[in-house]
Write a protein that binds this ligand. Structure first.
Ligand SMILES: NC(=O)c1ccc[n+]([C@@H]2O[C@H](COP(=O)([O-])OP(=O)(O)OC[C@H]3O[C@@H](n4cnc5c(N)ncnc54)[C@H](OP(=O)(O)O)[C@@H]3O)[C@@H](O)[C@H]2O)c1
Length: 239
């Protein structure tokens, strides 16, 4: 399952998994873009279930998990990628923005990890290993000005993965958070340009997809808690 699979990093991850022969469930809010992505992914020959769901809606997340279970009966890899950002200085960022970020970036991931656990266990029992891959952010590791709320929710996502590993990795299910700097997608549009960071110098969605796919090749005896993806040069600890 890949959440936020209709475009950006999630689309690149879904594309990589489809090419490698995986059957997929993809999800996002916009049904039209999701269906279009699903048709493209089906060209690789695998099954693709497209389920629209808003990560702020508990019932929609529950329905997504139900539909996935009905279709496949197990989950070999859960890619928690849907996320949202917000920018603003501490002095000005409205507190309600933090509430919404928390819903999408922390609460929905918790709900997904919890409700898909039986399906992850079924996959781990069948093949030896199942993986949770959460797309966090480098701002969850190295804080960045104007991204206090975003960074805090992404740090919380990293923490969820760590605790998940303590409780579940003995059962063959491990979680990896991937923490990239700026990736060339719609989300980073505001920071592109000559005065800022050229899109061509950002990390690509394919780069993140390569890390996500590599995680699925690890055996149950190798747990990768966190992968930080930096940009070159002096940007090492910067978004
Ligand atoms: N781009 C970066 O520089 C960067 C860097 C580090 C980490 N990240 C993280 O990477 C992940 C993917 O980001 P991206 O850059 O690929 O963003 P993107 O291009 O904006 O794509 C976001 C995807 O998530 C879906 N989505 C957004 N809000 C949602 C919601 N409330 N419920 C369900 N689906 C939702 C979108 O579809 P709909 O709009 O149709 O719902 C879309 O499929 C995010 O978690 C982000 O925080 C991004």
């Amino acid at each position: 399952m890949v959440t936020g699979g209709s475009r950006g990093i999630g689309a690149a991850i879904a594309e990589r998994f489809a090419r490698e022969g995986w059957d997929l469930t993809i999800s996002a809010r916009g049904a039209e873009a999701l269906d279009e992505r699903a048709s493209q992914l089906r060209r690789h020959g695998g099954r693709v279930l497209a389920v629209p769901a808003d990560m702020t809606d508990d019932e929609a997340v529950a329905n997504l998990v139900r539909r996935h279970g009905d279709e496949y009966g197990r989950c070999d890899a859960l890619v928690i990628n849907a996320g949202m950002g917000a920018m603003g200085r501490f002095a000005e960022l409205p507190v309600r923005r933090l509430d919404r970020l928390y819903q999408v970036n922390v609460r929905a991931p918790f709900q997904l990890m919890q409700s898909l656990l039986p399906a992850l266990r079924t996959a781990a029992d069948a093949t030896g290993a199942a993986k949770v891959i959460a797309v966090s952010s480098i701002t969850g590791v190295y804080p960045e000005p104007q991204l206090s709320a975003y960074g805090a929710t992404k740090a919380a996502l990293i923490s969820l993965c760590e605790t998940f590993n303590l409780e579940e990795s003995r059962n063959g299910i491990s979680a990896t958070s991937i923490a990239p700097g700026y990736v060339d997608t719609d989300m980073s549009e505001w920071t592109k340009g000559e005065d800022a960071i050229p899109a061509g110098e950002m990390i690509s969605g394919d780069d993140v997809a390569s890390v996500a796919h590599a995680v699925t090749e690890l055996s149950r005896w190798a747990v990768l808690p966190q992968a930080i993806l930096s940009r070159p040069g002096e940007n090492m600890h910067r978004a």
